[in-house]
Design a protein around this ligand. Sequence first.
Ligand code: NAG
Ligand code: NAG
Ligand code: NAG
Ligand code: NAG
Ligand code: NAG
Ligand code: NAG
Length: 408
Amino acid sequence: MECSWKTVLLLVCASLGIQYTAIRTLRDSLTGPCRGVYHCHSRRHIDSHWRDFCADGWIPIVTPRKHILLFATTRSGSSFTGQLLNQHPDVFYVFEPLYHVQQAFTNYSSRLRRTLDHRVLLGAYRDLLLNLYTCDLRFMENYIRPQPQHHVTNSFFRRSSSHALCSPPVCSGADEPPDETWCPKKCGPLNLTLASLSCLSRGHVALKTVRIPEVRDLQTLTEDPRLDMRIIHLVRDPRAILASRMTAFSDQFRAWKIWNATGRQPRYVDLTQITSTCRDMMASAETGLQRPAWLHGRYLLVRYEDLAFNPKDKATEIYRFVGLEMEDRVRTWITKNTKCNVSSLSEWNYKYSTSRNSKETAESWRLRLSFDIVRAVQILCNDTLALLGYKQVQSAADLRNLSHSLVD
Ligand SMILES: *[C@@H]1O[C@H](CO)[C@@H](O)[C@H](O)[C@H]1NC(C)=O
Ligand SMILES: *[C@@H]1O[C@H](CO)[C@@H](O)[C@H](O)[C@H]1NC(C)=O
Ligand SMILES: *[C@@H]1O[C@H](CO)[C@@H](O)[C@H](O)[C@H]1NC(C)=O
Ligand SMILES: *[C@@H]1O[C@H](CO)[C@@H](O)[C@H](O)[C@H]1NC(C)=O
Ligand SMILES: *[C@@H]1O[C@H](CO)[C@@H](O)[C@H](O)[C@H]1NC(C)=O
Ligand SMILES: *[C@@H]1O[C@H](CO)[C@@H](O)[C@H](O)[C@H]1NC(C)=O
């Protein structure tokens, strides 16, 4: 009811054809419960292809629409954390949509790639995020290869990780709970128009990415009047990240594995990747902790270890931050996926498995990494470890002694 005058106002605005730039100045008066309505009506005159869907009663969404970004780095526990959001019935979740952008850009000849300004790629990333937050999944067609025909594709990266993309109306005949192998087989090709409609029909959008280096790169999105961003910055002990990458991407980390097995550091081992991971993680955390105005109320720093050691409480905190109720389905999922018995650990080798005893796997790196490597990472990442509250170890005995906590 309290929405109606705003709705009327917006309808009037839309019909008068007031420019989007004029709407921008209304931003502050529109942060109330009409956000979802605003979302659709404001798009109406800038983006005519949604007009019919909006008019057809897909909208209004009365609750304020949240645009959630799980901002993480490779092997920092983001698949697991993303599932916490994916389980919410009113959240439209996509696992790493930027994969397609990166693929499209890196397929250029190497000469072109070298001259490609990093900012161009970041611009394309932000552009895609914005379009997904406003539920235009067909925008992905610019990047998906092979090019989708008639807005339908078989090549949507990790579609199975998204509940919405594996259940009605996107996937009919979905009578079982989706899982990794089940969805692409049973659901057939993905209709991106239907996916967009499914997105519009859900109240909130959550995206996970590991491809944006620093939170500062997201400033234009947090300031965009069409969005109400909530950034969950997921960090993890860099020593654990390294151990996990060595297991998941063993070809790429062959030199590290030789180092780990022999105790001798090969000269060609690449220290730059873990160094830049640490640098980016620290730069973002510092930015967040400085509380700049553009991040106000929009940034939450989460240590994966805290989530793994205490999943229910930490998940509650995340849900409070994004402003959503933690539904029963989320609670059930947590219970099922954090207290698994040892046999579920055999899934560990699967690159993106999330089903695991969360505490045990969060600490398993301490038994799988040589002290020599741990010491090297501690030197490369000492400031990051200190800022995020991860303790250094001074001996192999301390490293292996799991009663000795390394998380402040
Ligand atoms: C990259 O280029 C090759 C050859 O032109 C093509 O077959 C392939 O589909 C392209 N991949 C992507 C992701 O664009
Ligand atoms: C995709 O879904 C839309 C909306 O339901 C429908 O109009 C269209 O025919 C579908 N496309 C294909 C190729 O099935
Ligand atoms: C562990 O899980 C497996 C499969 O989920 C089950 O067969 C087994 O009985 C369980 N073991 C224990 C000790 O709970
Ligand atoms: C490192 O070596 C130990 C044995 O020395 C092995 O158990 C462990 O799995 C190795 N870690 C990785 C990440 O390969
Ligand atoms: C990290 O190492 C550098 C160089 O050795 C040193 O200057 C700095 O004080 C160290 N930082 C912490 C937090 O120990
Ligand atoms: C392991 O760590 C705990 C806590 O710091 C300590 O009390 C205990 O003596 C350590 N055990 C060994 C074998 O060093």
